[in-house]
Design a protein around this ligand. Structure first.
Ligand SMILES: NC(=O)c1ccc[n+]([C@@H]2O[C@H](COP(=O)([O-])OP(=O)(O)OC[C@H]3O[C@@H](n4cnc5c(N)ncnc54)[C@H](O)[C@@H]3O)[C@@H](O)[C@H]2O)c1
Ligand SMILES: [Zn+2]
Length: 369
């Protein structure tokens, strides 16, 4: 298999998304990107560096005067300015200059942080994304949003900074822990729900094949997800309007992520937030009760949580309000006008939010029901 999606930025060709099942084409893809005697810095975490020594390093060494690996600890709790400082120091020690290149080899945490380092080191150096999680392949590696968390606020410090290439080798998913795979499924389901009802129905029809990791089905799922993400970020690169639709499930999801102290994965929190947002859409009579329950069941089928314990509705609501302080007083929700058609809404009342929280806060009686 081999596919290519071209991405523009402000109507100009910007970078390609290359979908492969090995690293074989990486060297060739770097041809137009690594010019002359450049150094390459590969940023990986303790899990994704397995793809460096045997697979990437020999290929990269053919393209660069020197290749350096910088390994950081894995996990969202390390997506911080402290880790970025550590990367800056390593780059300075190795005399990286503005002509050199960074490569993010890992999931969204590595991708967001490498992109931010690239945006800010020497006022900007080139970088490419090699996403190795489902979530980063379908979502975070595309669109140039980079950044880190700050004081436990998600993605509080960052920059829009486009990569030169997104190269995904789908065979890296074979080593991905299953819980991480399902976390990525939350973003895949999001695309169907917000943009493409036929994709949503296709996911339902292919559920068994996806659960079995059937190669051709995964390829199609990832390819179609990338097309939807590409279309949205091309039309609204700086999130002035419709790119906000990608935040479906994220308003509540981010609050839960914070209240759970990042013990739940990003996609797991997005699943919870999506159930809440779907319920709000049902309350507004945009979708039917059947459609709401079907959405909930989809998350369950992909082992994603639809209820959460040990947090209180009032805490979720107050964190949601404080997290969105940049938007003034209004909390921005993404609701489903129909299946496959989302819209931005800033009129959700506190009472409606409580009703939605009732749906996702675990109650013991549910367990015995
Ligand atoms: N920039 C964006 O537009 C955007 C969009 C969505 C999410 N995000 C961000 O992405 C992050 C989540 O990304 P993620 O889910 O990829 O998490 P992650 O980067 O933490 O990766 C998840 C775990 O899987 C391990 N891993 C990665 N690839 C592996 C592989 N092939 N085999 C074995 N282990 C592997 C990692 O070491 C880590 O432990 C969050 O910080 C979120 O805010 C950003
Ligand atoms: Zn997300």
């Amino acid at each position: 298999m081999s596919s290519r999606i071209k991405v523009t930025n402000e109507q100009k060709p910007c970078y390609d998304i290359v979908i492969e099942d090995s690293f074989d084409r990486l060297e060739q893809e770097l041809d137009g990107i690594v010019k002359g005697n450049r150094k390459i810095g590969v940023i990986a975490d303790e899990n994704t560096c397995i793809y460096y020594d045997n697979e990437c390093k020999p290929l990269l060494e053919k393209k660069a005067s020197a290749v350096h690996l910088i390994v950081i600890k894995s996990g969202e709790e390390n997506k911080t300015l402290d880790t970025v400082s550590f990367i800056y120091k390593s780059l300075i020690e190795k005399h990286f200059d503005r002509r050199d290149l960074l490569i993010a080899l890992g999931g969204g945490v590595i991708g967001d942080m490498t992109g931010f380092t690239a945006a800010t080191y020497l006022r900007g150096i080139d970088y490419i994304q090699i996403p190795t999680t489902l979530l980063s392949q379908v979502d975070s590696s595309i669109g140039g949003k980079t950044g880190v968390d700050f004081l436990a606020y998600k993605n509080m410090v960052g920059a829009f900074y486009m990569p030169k290439l997104v190269y995904m080798n789908l065979s890296t998913l074979k080593t991905l822990p299953v819980r991480q795979f399902f976390s990525g499924m939350a973003e895949v389901l999001k695309y169907g729900l917000i943009r493409d009802e036929s994709f949503y129905s296709w996911i339902i029809s292919q559920m068994d094949a996806i659960l079995e990791h059937e190669t051709t089905v995964l390829e199609e799922m990832i390819y179609r997800s990338c097309l939807i993400k590409r279309e949205i970020v091309e039309r609204d690169p700086k999130e002035l309007g419709e790119r906000a639709l990608l935040n479906f499930g994220h308003t509540i999801g981010h609050a839960i992520e914070k209240l759970k102290d990042f013990q739940l994965l990003h996609g797991e929190c997005v699943a919870l937030g999506s159930v809440a947002a779907a319920y709000l859409s049902y309350l507004r009579k945009y979708i039917t009760a059947e459609e709401y329950y079907e959405i909930r069941d989809m998350f369950v089928a992909f082992s994603l949580p639809v209820s959460v314990d040990t947090i209180r509705a009032e805490d979720i609501i107050s964190v949601t309000k404080s997290d969105k302080k940049m938007d003034g007083d209004q909390i921005k929700f993404i609701l489903l006008k129909d299946l496959g058609n989302a819209m931005i809404d800033t009129t959700v009342s506190v009472q409606e939010m409580y009703q939605a929280m009732e749906q996702i806060i675990y109650k013991e009686e549910d367990y015995y029901a």
